[in-house]
Design a protein around this ligand. Structure first.
Ligand code: DGY
Length: 335
């Protein structure tokens, strides 16, 4: 039997791909440019599996153009690039990579909290521009404390929990909001459940850890900024369009909130002339939440294992639509 053809849609850490290469005919798009949509249709047409990066939109049109596709494995925890109900309809299980990137992403959320509060980018930039006068006074260059303040975590999944763990070391009071109350998190991290509006009103820092969906698009907009403290700092390491970015710009310009630390923007990439970048109280980094050597290897490994396991008729390490398994196209290839 010939090996099933799998496409890896960008260059990802090869350390995680050894087994996939052994059991499949693996192809990888190694060009810097994102694969154009028409090229996707050609190259994926006879594939059994896709190891997809989040720039690939997996929708009905793509699935219909790829009649052999039996498994999609996203190289990310988020899967808003994939129309999961349509995959389920076709019997195509969709994998993702939760857990392996939680601590790394929480580290970045905390970096943005600290960097925004202490104006790190702005201050470093001054030194680079030779603006460090001898007369710098005790009331110049001031930031705001992070320790002993209140952090609001919206979305208490595994990344939110890791942010809570870090906040404990800073003696922060942590409020959280989640679709469901999480009593185990309350016990483990000493966090308190609060309604969304209460979090917005009471927090000094608000960190977003929600998946993007129709319900969470523009979850934070003009009305929400008006509820926040004027000293509040918002941090987003989830997905850009969870925040209404035009409303954020206005809120920062009008002093409705004090700062923003963004790892994600809407759109991505953010253009270099975006007005948010002119505001010293906003720090924007280019979607690097999971971008460490170690974590990218773990993501590549987990995404590859999700494919290999599916093709062997075993459960994925993480599947977002287990109800797809066993129906439609998802029959195992190897026993
Ligand atoms: C994720 O895993 O969803 C990250 O945002 C992708 O980089």
């Amino acid at each position: 039997m010939s090996k099933p053809k799998i496409y890896v849609t960008r260059l990802i850490a090869p350390e995680g791909l050894t087994e996939l290469q052994q059991v499949c005919e693996m192809h990888m798009w190694e060009q810097k440019e994102i694969m154009p949509r028409d090229v996707q249709f050609q190259l994926f047409a006879d594939c059994k599996g896709l190891l997809a990066t989040t720039d690939i939109i997996v929708d009905r049109e793509l699935l219909e153009a790829c009649p052999n596709l039996q498994v999609v494995s996203n190289h990310a925890v988020g899967f808003d690039n994939i129309d999961v109900p349509v995959c389920t309809e076709f019997g195509i299980p969709v994998g993702n990579t939760p857990g392996v990137l939680s601590e790394t992403t929480a580290d970045l959320a905390f970096t943005l909290i600290l960097a925004t509060a202490r104006r790190v980018m702005e201050m470093a930039d001054r030194v680079k521009k030779d603006i460090w006068p001898k007369k710098t006074g005790m009331l110049d260059n001031l930031g705001t404390d992070v320790h002993h303040t209140t952090l609001g975590i919206i979305g208490m999944g595994s990344i939110g929990r890791e942010v809570a763990r870090r906040a404990a070391g800073f003696n922060m009071t942590v409020l959280y909001h989640n679709r469901r109350r999480d009593e185990s998190a309350e016990q483990e991290f000493d966090v308190m459940y609060a309604e969304r509006e209460d979090i917005l009103r009471q927090s000094d820092f608000i960190s977003l850890h929600l998946p993007l969906s129709h319900e969470t698009e523009h979850y934070i907009g003009a009305n929400e900024f008006k509820l926040m403290k004027r000293s509040a700092i918002i941090v987003n390491t989830a997905r850009g369009s969870i925040v209404d970015q035009a409303a954020l710009l206005e809120a920062l310009r009008n002093g409705e909130i004090a700062g923003a630390g963004l790892d994600v923007t809407d759109p991505e990439p953010m253009r270099g002339d975006d007005p948010l970048l002119d505001l010293p109280q906003a720090i924007v980094v280019p979607h690097i939440g999971s971008a460490t050597y170690q974590t990218r290897i773990r993501m590549s490994d987990m995404a590859a294992q999700n494919i290999v396991r599916t093709l062997c008729g075993k459960p994925m390490l993480s599947c977002v639509n287990p109800e797809a398994i066993g129906k439609g196209r998802s029959a195992p290839l190897f026993e």
